[in-house]
Design a protein around this ligand. Structure first.
Ligand SMILES: [Zn+2]
Ligand SMILES: [Zn+2]
Length: 264
């Protein structure tokens, strides 16, 4: 590659590849935003974060319970309902829940339909067993089959607790119209299945109140050891809870930038 012409051509090819990647990425972002707007119209929601470089999100409500959907950056997209569950339930791809903080009193459960695919843990036991109804299990399996090749599945994660119901999907449902509407409607069905007849209304204890009380907004337990402090809203999280949740757990924050802080 001593020939200056070859060098120039190589350089030009590099620049053009970069430009093509940029154009394709911008096109994908535009398609995602369009799908969000279409979904918003169908469910009476609102797309926020329309500015340059801002991460778009979809705000909507199900039976009066506020919800938010976000995707990227990172491997997981998620929808989160601001509903205060009377117990904790986590459904995660087998082996992956190991990274999550197991709370005092949480137990593991065997669900035959999820065998080998998903681990289930939570508490109190009576509430978890009641929550794992036919409807709930069906919703989870339908979510995992969404966008997957026939007979296959996509990793999903369900996290239910006092600070909300979050449904995580590995991939970006907003990339396809059908995928996004399917994801949102199955997640809403899951919320209804879990809530049963319990009334809507404000959470018994919001993530904001928990954080103000010096506890972690992911697990609700007191903070100690090596923590993460969100660079945007300054809220402290346990390090493992931050990793598990994929960023800040405060409603409407969505930051993935944090500094490590050791609390004495
Ligand atoms: Zn925590
Ligand atoms: Zn934050």
């Amino acid at each position: 590659m001593d020939d200056p012409l070859l060098q120039a051509l190589g350089w030009l090819a590099g620049v053009m590849t970069f430009a093509l990647c940029l154009v394709s990425a911008l096109g994908q972002t535009r398609a995602c935003r369009r799908h969000l707007r279409e979904a918003a119209r169908a469910i009476d929601g609102r797309v926020r974060g329309n500015g340059w470089g801002e991460r778009p999100r979809l705000d909507f409500a199900v039976d009066g319970i506020p919800a938010e959907f976000v995707y990227s950056p990172g491997p997981w997209a998620r929808v989160r309902f601001r509903w205060s569950a009377p117990g904790r339930l986590r459904i995660a791809p087998a082996g992956e829940s190991a990274g999550a903080r197991r709370l005092p009193g949480d137990l593991g459960y065997d669900v035959p339909e999820f065998a080998g695919g998903y681990d289930v843990e939570g508490g109190p036991e009576a509430w978890v067993l009641e929550s794992l109804s036919d409807e709930t299990r069906g919703c989870v399996l339908a979510l995992a089959a969404l966008g997957a090749p026939t007979g296959g599945s996509v990793p999903i994660r369900i996290d239910v607790g006092p600070f909300g119901l979050s449904v995580f999907y590995r991939g970006n449902p907003a990339a396809e119209h059908e995928l996004l509407t399917g994801f949102l409607s199955l997640s809403s069905r899951l919320l209804r299945g879990l809530r049963g007849d319990s009334p809507a209304g404000a959470p018994a204890e919001s993530a904001e109140e928990v954080a103000a009380d010096g506890r972690c907004p992911v697990c609700g337990v007191g903070l100690d050891g090596v923590l993460r402090r969100c660079q945007r809203c300054r809220t402290f999280h346990h390090g493992d809870c931050w990793e598990y949740f994929g960023g800040c757990a405060m409603y409407g924050c969505f930051s993935r930038q944090a500094e490590r802080v050791r609390l004495e």
